[in-house]
Design a protein around this ligand. Structure first.
Ligand code: HEC
Length: 256
């Protein structure tokens, strides 16, 4: 084979093709991240406050949207056309098309349908830790999994602050104490609650009676907080076997 100019040119193209493809994929990812970010801003300005909670958590008037296992088509339909008979109106006619599209991508990202966030490489997980990850995340709307209350790497609902201490073993996880869960009394009803914030004109807390917990915002005078509630963390772990929890602990250690 003679190395004429044409052969060299063909070789150069062949060698560069993967680089170009890779750069294109990188650009597409960056563009996607910009759209999701824009959607997050629009969501914060338009959808939170009276209805949905921040970052996909439950709001005082509307459910949580993160880690619910919604599929893409459902998200599009709900955002564009609303839910009849509820306060969820169709946004398709109310906000510019680009804005509703960005909000849709954002809500998809909250449900793990589109990738977001840091371009930091995901740590390589052992097979057990991968299994732990799958068990941690509520991907099918199970409403029992850890991600209903704990958020890791932008997925899940941040009912609690980020997990800071990983218990040494499964027994430690099962017997975890929850000193911050206290008895709240509101309108004559007493229930376990986790206080989020107490500012001048509003007290925010999670009602821990249900999974996922419901974020409430009330005037400080309306609610009183008492003793440590009898709510037990172990009650939400009942559906997991020891082997499952062992895998979850391995996952938590890997991402700490
Ligand atoms: C219904 C909500 C809920 C679910 C579901 C839930 N947790 Fe928790 N978890 C809590 C609350 C509330 C606290 C902290 C309460 C406190 O500090 O008083 C907590 C605390 C923890 C802590 C201690 C965090 C620290 O920094 O010390 C760990 C670890 C933990 N949970 C792991 C898990 C794992 C693993 C799962 C799933 C197998 C899970 N949780 C499911 C509500 C939940």
């Amino acid at each position: 084979m003679t190395w004429n100019k044409r052969t060299i040119a063909v070789f150069a193209v062949l060698l560069l093709a993967p680089v170009i493809a890779c750069a294109k994929a990188g650009n597409a990812q960056a563009a996607q991240e910009r759209i999701v970010k824009r959607g997050a801003t629009i969501f914060a300005a338009t959808c939170t406050g009276y209805c949905h909670g921040a970052n996909g958590t439950a709001g005082s008037g509307a459910p949580a949207l993160a880690a619910r296992g919604f599929d893409g088509e459902y998200i599009v339909k709900t955002v564009m056309y609303g839910v009849p008979g509820t306060a969820m109106v169709g946004w398709g006619q109310r906000i510019p098309k680009d804005d509703s599209a960005a909000v849709i991508e954002y809500v998809k990202s909250l449900n793990g349908i589109v990738a977001i966030g840091s371009s930091a490489p995901r740590p390589v997980l052992s097979a057990t830790a991968e299994r732990g990850h799958a068990l941690f995340i509520d991907s099918g709307g199970e409403l029992t999994h850890c991600s209903n209350c704990h958020q890791i790497n932008n997925s899940g609902i941040a009912v609690t602050p980020p997990i800071a201490t990983v218990p040494a073993d499964v027994a430690g996880l099962r017997s975890l104490s929850t000193p911050k869960v206290v008895n709240a009394t509101l309108d004559g009803r007493t229930f376990p609650a986790l206080v989020v914030s107490q500012v001048r004109d509003q007290t925010k807390f999670y009602d821990m009676t249900v999974v996922p917990p419901v974020l409430m915002g009330v005037s400080p005078a309306a609610v009183t907080f008492g003793d440590h509630a009898s709510w037990q963390h172990s009650s939400v772990l009942a559906t997991y076997s020891d082997a499952d929890l062992g895998a979850i602990l391995e996952y938590l250690r890997a991402v700490q």
